[in-house]
Design a protein around this ligand. Structure first.
Ligand SMILES: Cc1ncc(COP(=O)(O)OP(=O)(O)O)c(N)n1
Ligand SMILES: Cc1ncsc1CCOP(=O)(O)O
Ligand SMILES: [Mg+2]
Length: 208
């Protein structure tokens, strides 16, 4: 399966009170990957919401990824995204199996991406590329890094951090396969606007 297009990521604060309608609106507009990202310690809520997303994603034929938590991903039979302090890739691959999508945060370092590739990652993620309300302290990356990554890596390349419809096109032009977006998608005022934005993000790939 080709990993290319919009990678929508949920945010518990931003989506409070409108979680499922906003996620469904995004899926309606077209989402290649959906990541469930909840940084709370509320295990019961995490399980309940993630199970609801499994059902929604199966209806829309979208692949689901759980952030940080390989055990939860294994329980649900979905993929996982692991940062540099979220546990090693190799055991996660053993736990989840060959077909699972496993992503790795590589900040702005090609060496981390090459290591992730060797350890069985399905895609590598660089960023933040712009100012991010969600994660302001994430290390900064630029399009020069993206071009080097494109030349050196065979894996799909994901970009993240402050991405909006106004700044995303150059990232696709410089070789990004997946646009990972929180605020630029779910910061919308209505479900209709979420769907419109999802369609518009995907259209950037059609013309690339
Ligand atoms: C697609 C994607 N890329 C990067 C991240 C960031 O992961 P991490 O550095 O572990 O930070 P948290 O998201 O866990 O706060 C991501 N989640 N998804
Ligand atoms: C999780 C993460 N990792 C680097 S930036 C970021 C936040 C992305 O959210 P937004 O699209 O709102 O900037
Ligand atoms: Mg993490």
């Amino acid at each position: 399966m080709k990993l290319r297009g919009l990678y929508a990521i949920t945010d518990s604060q931003l989506l409070a009170g409108k979680f499922l309608p906003y996620v469904e609106a995004a899926l309606d507009g077209g989402v290649t990957l959906l990541q469930y990202r909840d940084k709370s310690q509320d295990e019961a809520r995490r399980l309940r919401e993630a199970e609801a997303l499994v059902e929604l994603c199966s209806r829309y034929k979208t692949r689901l990824i759980v952030n940080d938590d390989a055990e939860l991903a294994a329980r649900l039979g979905v993929g996982v995204h692991l940062g540099q302090t979220d546990g090693p890739l190799t055991p996660a691959r053993t736990l989840l199996g060959r077909e699972a999508i496993i992503g790795s945060t590589c900040h702005a370092q090609l060496e981390l991406a090459e290591q992730a590739a060797r350890e069985g990652a399905s895609y590598v993620a660089f960023g933040r590329f712009f100012n991010s309300v969600t994660k302001p302290g994430a290390p900064a990356a630029d399009t020069a890094l993206l071009e080097q990554a494109r030349a050196r890596l065979k894996l799909p390349i994901c970009v993240i951090g402050g991405i909006t419809l106004d700044n995303a096109a150059p990232l696709v032009a410089h070789g990004a396969d997946l646009l990972a977006v929180i605020h630029g998608l779910f910061g919308a005022d209505s479900t209709q606007e979420v769907t419109r934005r999802a369609r518009a993000f995907n259209a950037l790939f059609a013309s690339a």
